[in-house]
Write a protein that binds this ligand. Structure first.
Ligand code: NAP
Length: 319
């Protein structure tokens, strides 16, 4: 089968198109013919060897995807050959076929493309985990999705809106801002613009924000303290470096800074996440937005694009 293989850690150029044997089906697993693979920032960290966990070389990157069930393993009754599905959190989605444990596979409802299916897994699960399981968000609260134009951000806007929160957001381009409003934010600000923090505060009439979902903590954490209301929470989802903070700003408002790590979601939390996703897809309150469909062969281009910013939804590889 055709795959993208990483044989050494490095830049996008280490993503090479290769032929490998089909993976072997195991009990309680399914073999999926992958039609689209989601490109997540973590794929680039794993490729570069800069993530805390490093897969053994060589490996096939990608942890999200969608496709069609090709074969079911012993003991699997939930799925059948020919069924459209998406999967989350299984390394090796940049490939024509993948074997996934059945509890990582979910039905792709009618009306959703394979590209949309590939855009669901990690982004929607992370946004749900952050908002409802880590922050305990409730209807009526104000959330700032700080970095709302990408995969996790768009998912977060849709989740929050569907659960009755007031949603403010940021994006870095005019196109990104427009998209974020389209998917349901009440107001959007440009996180690249001088003075945008004050604009957000003014917009809340200096009441502040209850929950910030932070996609770039190393840049924004100190400013986030000034944006929050008393007892506000910052959910650190994305971070790419270090930042100096004044802890006095945390104690002044009894702020909580909470780390989010989808890999640490418990199995009962995962059950709740994917039950909520199933319901949200069925009632169409969740609707993945695709920025670009790129052929598998050009995985390196997809990795460059995702790190360049200017997000307007999800980048997927077409297989
Ligand atoms: P993505 O699709 O590449 O989107 C990145 C987002 O970050 C875009 O909305 C981008 O906005 C925004 N951004 C850029 N500069 C920013 C700034 N100065 N302030 C605030 N936001 C800024 O990536 P993603 O899939 O949404 O993931 C977002 C982050 O979460 C990544 O760092 C990823 O590694 C992390 N993540 C963490 C977990 C976890 O379990 N903790 C799970 C999934 C993802 P513009 O492009 O419009 O500037």
């Amino acid at each position: 089968m055709k795959v993208i293989l990483v044989s050494r850690f490095g830049g996008p150029e280490v993503l090479e198109l290769k032929e490998t044997p089909l993976p072997q089906l195991r009990p309680a697993s399914v073999l999926i013919a992958v039609k689209a693979a989601g490109v997540n920032p973590v794929d680039t960290y794993l490729r570069a060897g800069s993530f805390g966990y490093q897969p053994n070389l060589p490996f096939i990157p990608g942890i999200d995807g969608a496709g069609v069930i090709e074969e079911v393993g012993e003991g699997v009754s939930k799925f059948h050959k020919g069924q459209a599905v998406f999967f989350q959190g299984v390394l090796g989605s940049y490939a024509q076929y993948i074997v996934c444990p059945e509890d990582r596979v979910f039905e792709l409802p009618q009306g959703f493309s394979f590209s949309q299916g590939a855009a669901i897994g990690s982004p929607y699960a992370t946004a749900y985990h952050a908002l409802f399981q880590c922050a305990g968000a409730e209807a009526g609260q104000t959330v700032l999705v700080h970095g709302a134009s990408g995969g996790v951000g768009i998912a977060a806007v849709q989740w929050a809106k569907s659960r009755g929160l007031r949603v403010l957001a940021t994006a870095g381009t005019a196109k990104g801002k427009e998209l974020v409003l389209d998917v349901g934010a009440e107001m959007v600000f440009n996180h690249g613009e001088e003075g945008y923090v004050n604009k957000i505060l003014e917009y809340t009439q200096n009441q502040g924000i209850d929950i910030i979902l932070e996609m770039l903590a190393n840049k924004n954490l100190e400013n986030d303290f000034s944006l929050l209301a008393n007892y506000g929470k910052i959910l650190v989802i994305g971070n790419r470096g270090k930042i100096e903070i004044d802890p006095r700003n945390i104690l002044r408002k009894e702020i909580s800074v909470i780390g989010v790590n989808l890999f640490l979601a418990s199995s009962s939390q995962r059950k709740a996440i994917f039950a909520a996703i199933e319901a949200g897809l069925k009632n169409k309150s969740l609707w993945p937005i695709i920025r670009a469909e790129i052929p598998l062969e050009q995985a390196a281009l997809a990795h460059k694009m995702i790190m360049e910013g200017g997000a307007t939804g999800k980048i997927v590889l077409i297989i």
